[in-house]
Each structure stands twice: as structure tokens, then as C-alpha cells.
Design a binder for this molecule. Structure first.
Ligand SMILES: *[C@@H]1O[C@H](CO)[C@@H](O)[C@H](O)[C@H]1NC(C)=O
Ligand SMILES: *[C@@H]1O[C@H](CO)[C@@H](O)[C@H](O)[C@H]1NC(C)=O
Ligand SMILES: *[C@@H]1O[C@H](CO)[C@@H](O)[C@H](O)[C@H]1NC(C)=O
Ligand SMILES: *[C@@H]1O[C@H](CO)[C@@H](O)[C@H](O)[C@H]1NC(C)=O
Ligand SMILES: CC(=O)N[C@H]1CO[C@H](CO)[C@@H](O)[C@@H]1O
Length: 492
């Protein structure tokens, strides 16, 4: 699932009103800076100066004399935009200069996103529901993440998201340039080119006017769709004409472990936690076939036990069992091909006025009742609901986190701990978190034990083998070393 177009339209209208109330100018988009980290087993983690851009539909489209090119109902003015070329001549996209008014702020490697923003004059809250994309260090194009055979790790604070909210971090196979062309010269730097596995029909397609009414389908990998009560990850592969819209979602609650995730759970959502997602291939290489996706959680620097005793591992077989249409769209191998080509990292916070997000957190999926996710209740009871993402890293399997017992991160100690120490000071919400979870930071008793003991043994959940791994290979009694892939084996 992905944010529905209706909520985006409402948000676009809200933003447009704000934009028209400012002194309009053809200003460049502000692109809030968001540091991210690329990691390798050998070289450790290196920070990069990336930034985010808000989706195209949240920008203001106007004529040279500052009349709106969109209508009061969210459509495009047909007089100004009878066809793509005329529209491109008549209308301009304005850069977003004040991201705070769109519910977005960043600091160092931390991104905060609000569902609602407060109007300073009236005091009323209005829907913001921002959706953002990660830009590469040039700021012109999207950063393309190639995660087949790799892993992605980030820390998230979902404590302020009630039932019905969705703090989302996902990948979509959008065009790297956002469809930049003669008619769309801004492209990715103005957030154009959105597509996902729900195949949305939008006013703009790849940044040019959608005159045909065609939709735009793209492979989508939902890494996190969650609030404080429920969590899900879902591959949505596509064929050339359609996508696996339902997807084979993996949710610890529907897997039978109802106390695993939530306030006071094994993953205690009253505090930030770290989410690791590993895309394992048949031969352990980025060109191999995607055969499983492993989920791990860390909190307070410690790798937590999985929700299911055999590990939170979504295999192709499990995917096909959870979702009868997965195989027809390529299932995990198809998803892996998109992950190998490269996908755009997307952040969103949204809610759902029609289904109240029941598919995520109600019935078999979580403890919320069928009606409490109604946005009308959320805006009354939790108007400041927000999500905080931080410390986003990706790279070789095992290189982006320290499992609290594995000394595998020794080579990455320098770049990681210094940068995260510096940035963690700027964030009140995640203060000590990035430091304790960063690879190679030796703050836990467990890690010093494993590296100094003679005839070292690895602790429960720790790494015990894998290409490039140099730590203890014997597991403490009664655990045994279980191979996950060529790059990672774990004491289970
Ligand atoms: C479309 O734009 C024209 C020219 O600015 C304006 O006169 C007209 O009222 C607009 N139509 C709508 C439906 O907004
Ligand atoms: C940005 O918007 C926020 C809230 O809408 C406002 O408080 C702030 O003054 C604005 N910043 C600038 C630089 O205009
Ligand atoms: C989007 O734009 C890119 C770059 O021009 C192009 O390769 C791609 O086919 C376009 N996709 C659609 C659906 O228009
Ligand atoms: C759903 O949960 C809310 C909040 O706990 C509660 O106020 C409401 O009565 C519940 N509704 C039903 C139908 O159980
Ligand atoms: C601006 C524009 O032409 N939008 C169209 C996109 O496609 C839908 C579905 O056919 C139309 O309703 C819109 O008018």
C-alpha cells in the first residue's frame, strides 16, 4: 500500500493555499539536507551529503503572472493546459522554500515528518501528510539504492503515531531524473515522477501533463509501514502492465506473536528502535536471485530476538503462501530485479479516511479496533502526531549495524562513531540512540567480552560467520551457528 491519491490532493491544496499567501517567487526548492551513510564490510560507513525533496504535487503551479494552474478541486486548468506543450509554456512549478510549513524538518541525519501543521493565525491544524524522496549529493537526481544482496538500516521513533497513522519508508522504481525533459526541466529536483505499485493515475505523469489518463505502475518495496501499534514490510513486484497491489506483507502480529511489537513489547515502541532489512540472494551477490528478506530489530544497542523463533525471514515460499497473486508478478525474484536496477527512497506520513488503515493495525494485523484510525479522531486527539527517521545506512550485509555482541564492525568504527556522535547531539528525540547502535561503537559489555576473551564465543543472536567476517565463529552454549547467507551466519 502507499498513500492514497485523495490524501495527496488534499495536502496539495493545503500547500497551494499557503504558497499563494506568501510572496511568490521563482525560487529554487530548499531541499532540506539529510545526511545518509553508505557502508561496506571492508571500508566501514561513510557519510554523504544527501537531501530530500517534497513530491511534485505539493508544489505550486502558476502562470507567469502568478495565477494558479490548478483548479479549486485539485485538477489542472484545462484552458491553460490543453496539452503537454502548451501547459509547459503557460505554467511554472515553484520551488518549496519553507518545508516546516509542509510538516518537514531535518537536522544532521535526522528527519521529522508531521501529519498535521498548525496555522499560526487561527491555531487550527491542517493536513500536511508530506511525501519526500531522497536526492543524491548533486541535488539534481534521485539517489538510486541498489539493495539486492545488501541491507538497509535506520532508526525510527514511532511513539507518537496512534492507530490509523502510517509512518512509511519505502522504495519505488521511479526514474532517476524524475522524467526530466524539455517539458519538465526541473525533474527530480522538484520531486516529479512518482509512481508505485498501486499504479496511481495523477494529474502529472513523470512531470508532464497526464492527458491520456494513463496510470503509472512501478515496482515498490515497502520496508516500513508502521505506527506505535503495528508494523509491516511488503514487497510489491510488477509486470510491465500491473503490480502485485496486495503484496505479501510480513507482520509479526499476523505471524502469531501478538506481544512482540508495541508499547512495552519486545520491540518497545515507546522508544526509538533500529530496523535492519536484508535482501538475501541465492549466491550472496548483488546479481543473484532474491530468495528471502530478513528483518532484524535493535533497541538500546542490542539485537532483539525475532518474533518467530526461526527468524523473521520472508522467503519466496512464504511470500507466495501469504499472497496468492505474488507468483504471477514475479514474487521475490521479480522484486530483486528492481532492487538490483535501483530504486528511490521515499518517506511518508499518512492516514486513511476510507479504510482507517485497518489493513495495517486492526483485526488479524494488529490490536487497533476498526474505527479508531479515523483521521477525524486523530486530528482531534493527536494533532501533533509525527515520525522521526534517523541514521539511514545501506551497504554490504552485516556492515550497517552492530548486533551488540559481534565485533564484525571493527573496521567501520572510525567514520561511523564520529559522524553519528556529532549529529546525535542535534536531535532531542534520538539522543543516545545512534551512538549505541552504530556499527563498531564499543559501548556494550557484550562486545568487549567477545573481543577480549580467550577462545572467544559469540553470544545469542550475534554473527558467527560470513564473507569478510573476522569475529568469533563458535557460539556460546547452547546456541549453534546458523547460516543465513554467504555473508551472514547467526548464533541461534
Ligand atoms: C483557468 O485559467 C484561466 C486563466 O488564468 C482563468 O480565467 C480561469 O478562470 C481558470 N479556470 C478555472 C476553472 O480555474
Ligand atoms: C515557515 O513556516 C512556518 C510555519 O508555517 C513559520 O512559522 C516560519 O516563520 C516560516 N519560515 C520562514 C523562513 O518563512
Ligand atoms: C519517465 O521518464 C523517463 C526519462 O525520460 C523515461 O525513461 C520513462 O520511460 C518515463 N516513464 C513514463 C511512464 O513516462
Ligand atoms: C475503539 O477504541 C477507542 C479507543 O480506545 C474507543 O474509544 C472506542 O470506544 C473503541 N470502539 C469500539 C467500537 O470498540
Ligand atoms: C490533467 C489531466 O489530464 N488529468 C487526467 C489524468 O487522467 C485522469 C483519468 O483519466 C483524468 O480524469 C484526468 O483529467
Amino acid at each position: 500500500m502507499a498513500p492514497r491519491f485523495t490524501s495527496i490532493l488534499a495536502a496539495a491544496l493545503a500547500v497551494r493555499q499557503l504558497a499563494t499567501a506568501q510572496n511568490p517567487d521563482d525560487t529554487a526548492d530548499a531541499h532540506p539536507k539529510l545526511t545518509t551513510y553508505k557502508c561496506t564490510t571492508k571500508g566501514g560507513c561513510v557519510s554523504q551529503d544527501t537531501s530530500v525533496v517534497i513530491d511534485w504535487n505539493y508544489h505550486w503551479f502558476h502562470t507567469a503572472d502568478w495565477n494558479s494552474c490548478t483548479t479549486s478541486t485539485g485538477g489542472v486548468n484545462a484552458t491553460l493546459c490543453p496539452d503537454q506543450a502548451t501547459c509547459s509554456q503557460n505554467c511554472f512549478v515553484q520551488g518549496t522554500t519553507n518545508y516546516t510549513s509542509s510538516g518537514v524538518s531535518t537536522s544532521g541525519d535526522t528527519l521529522t515528518m508531521y501529519q498535521y501543521t498548525r496555522n499560526a493565525e487561527t491555531g487550527a491544524y491542517g493536513n500536511a501528510s508530506p511525501r519526500l524522496y531522497l536526492l543524491d549529493p548533486t541535488g539534481k537526481n534521485y539517489e538510486m539504492l541498489q539493495l539486492n544482496g545488501k541491507e538497509l538500516t535506520f532508526t525510527v521513533d514511532l511513539s507518537q503515531l496512534p492507530c490509523g497513522e502510517n509512518g512509511a519508508l519505502y522504495l519505488g522504481e521511479m526514474d532517476k531524473t524524475g522524467g526530466r525533459s524539455e517539458l519538465n526541466q526541473g525533474g527530480a529536483s522538484y520531486g516529479s515522477g512518482y509512481c508505485d505499485a498501486q499504479c496511481p493515475v495523477q494529474n502529472w505523469r513523470n512531470g508532464t501533463l497526464n492527458t491520456s489518463g494513463a496510470n503509472y505502475c512501478c515496482n515498490e518495496m515497502d520496508i516500513l509501514e508502521a505506527n506505535s501499534k503495528a508494523i509491516d514490510f511488503t514487497p510489491h513486484p510488477c509486470t510491465t502492465t500491473d503490480c502485485d497491489r496486495a503484496g505479501c506483507g510480513y507482520n509479526p502480529y499476523s505471524q502469531g506473536n501478538k506481544g512482540y511489537y508495541g508499547p512495552g513489547g519486545t520491540v518497545d515502541t515507546t522508544k526509538p528502535f533500529t530496523v535492519v532489512t536484508q535482501f538475501n540472494t541465492n549466491d550472496g551477490t548483488p546479481t543473484g536471485t532474491l530468495t528471502s528478506i530478513t528483518r532484524k530489530y535493535l533497541q538500546n544497542g542490542v539485537l532483539l530476538p525475532p518474533a518467530v523463533s526461526s527468524g523473521d525471514i520472508l522467503t519466496t515460499e512464504l511470500c507466495n503462501a501469504l499472497d496468492s497473486t505474488a507468483a504471477a508478478f514475479g514474487s521475490l525474484p521479480g522484486m530483486g530485479q528492481a532492487l538490483a536496477r535501483g530504486m528511490v527512497l521515499t518517506f511518508a506520513i499518512w492516514n486513511d479516511a476510507t479504510g482507517y488503515m485497518n489493513w495495517l493495525d486492526s483485526g488479524n494485523n494488529g490490536p487497533c479496533n476498526a474505527t479508531e484510525g479515523n483521521p477525524e479522531l486523530i486530528i482531534k486527539q493527536n494533532p501533533t502526531t509525527h515520525v522521526v527517521f534517523s541514521n539511514i545506512r545501506w551497504g554490504d550485509i552485516g556492515s550497517t549495524f552492530n548486533s551488540g555482541g559481534a565485533p564484525g564492525g571493527t573496521t567501520s568504527a572510525k567514520p561511523v562513531s564520529s559522524t553519528t556522535l556529532a549529529t546525535s547531539k542535534t536531535s532531542a528525540v534520538t539522543t543516545s540512540k545512534p551512538v549505541t547502535t552504530s556499527a563498531g561503537t564499543k559501548t556494550s559489555a557484550a562486545s568487549s567480552k567477545t573481543s577480549s576473551a580467550t577462545g572467544p564465543t559469540q553470544t545469542h543472536w550475534g554473527q558467527c560467520a560470513g564473507t569478510g567476517y573476522t569475529g568469533p565463529t563458535v557460539c556460546a552454549t547452547p546456541y549453534t551457528c546458523v547460516k543465513q547467507n554467504d555473508y551472514y551466519s547467526q548464533c541461534l
